[in-house]
Ligand binder design. Structure first.
Ligand SMILES: [Mn+2]
Length: 337
């Protein structure tokens, strides 16, 4: 269902001071959508501040070279700005639980609230909702609004929205990607987004230790459950040996998913307290949340997580056993040839 943007147009016509925010641990869709929206509102003569529940992660700071995205904890004046503005626009989440301190302040104020989002959520944030859960990225929705008011994004805004959409679609390969997504992307390139440059900034910034850690961890990949499950692990001594950081494990479980015939994968990452954090991934025909929930964790159908006590071999055994049971409960769908 296409979104009716006219209520947002009306709010923007009538109001002047906007505070934009997004979820904790912001990703490129959160930040790119905020910046795209902020640049649009400013071009309409509005006063805009972007105030998030936390800091921008180092690897995404290139999106905001002037550091205009603030954390609410940066200065007391920012808390005041949240209480005193005319409109709150929440992008890329609709859950109070994701808004940290910003959410607490928003709940105290009667300020008009707007949500632009593509997540399924039961919260409404007492806001006017502009939501499409079939949209691959909030960046797509911000672009749709830009079009609805006959505006062409600046080259900078186009780059921010491109980064938002490219990352949330896994560089246009997730099933959420449609021909409409690609038309939006084409328009953003015409407006000045540079795909090759953005790819390098997003995905080609690794330090050598990250690759060394990959080498250690990928060497250990094993399969179980008749080739339906792939798994590996990382220990604290691997971090010490490679001089890599915990964030350097991010993509390793996804690499396990590249094995033919795999339906699910997990990686165990030993924490400084010796417990193990497990990240679970799966293809569309398998839901990993029942496994995460049995371990006291949670997440999404295709990506969940939980914490397990050690030792490592016991944790591996427990996980393989849970997958064995769950893979039986969720047999592969019949293929239509
Ligand atoms: Mn998103």
């Amino acid at each position: 269902m296409p979104i009716d943007w006219s209520p947002l147009k009306e709010i923007i016509d009538q109001q002047n001071r906007f505070v934009l925010t997004s979820h904790v641990r912001p990703d490129a869709d959160a930040l790119g959508s905020e910046l795209g929206m902020a640049l649009l509102l400013r071009s309409l003569g509005k006063t805009v501040q972007i105030i998030n529940p936390g800091a921008t992660p180092a690897h995404l700071q290139f999106l905001d070279p002037d550091g205009e995205i603030k954390s609410v904890h940066d200065a007391p004046a920012l808390k005041q700005a949240i209480l005193e503005c005319d409109v709150h626009i929440v992008l890329d989440t609709s859950a109070w639980g994701q808004l940290g301190e910003v959410g607490k302040l928003m709940q105290k104020s009667t300020t008009q609230k707007v949500v632009i989002d593509h997540h399924v959520s039961s919260d409404d944030l007492n806001a006017i909702q502009f939501k499409d859960t079939s949209s691959p990225a909030t960046g797509c929705l911000v672009y749709d609004f830009t079009q609805a008011i006959d505006h062409t994004p600046s080259a900078r805004a186009a780059s921010c929205l491109y980064a938002a959409i490219a990352t949330d679609t896994g560089w246009f390969r997730f099933p959420s990607t449609t021909s409409k997504t690609m038309r939006t992307i084409a328009n953003l390139i015409d407006a000045g987004a540079n795909p090759a440059e953005l790819y390098t900034l997003l995905y080609e910034q690794a330090a050598v230790p990250r690759l060394h850690l990959s080498g250690i961890v990928l060497q250990r990949v094993a399969t179980a459950c008749h080739g339906q499950l792939a798994y590996t692990y990382v220990t604290q001594s691997d971090f010490a040996r490679s001089k890599a950081h915990p964030a350097d494990t991010e993509n390793l479980v996804n690499q396990c998913m590249t094995i033919a015939g795999i339906r699910a994968a997990f990686i165990l990452v030993q924490q400084p307290n010796r417990k193990y954090k497990v990240s679970l991934r799966s293809r569309v025909d398998f839901d990993v949340t029942p496994i995460a929930e049995q371990l006291g964790g949670g997440g999404h159908r295709q990506a969940s997580g939980a914490m397990l006590p050690g030792p490592k071999d016991a944790a591996l055994k427990k996980l393989i056993q849970l997958f064995e049971e769950e893979l039986k409960k969720q047999p592969p769908a019949e293929k239509n040839h």
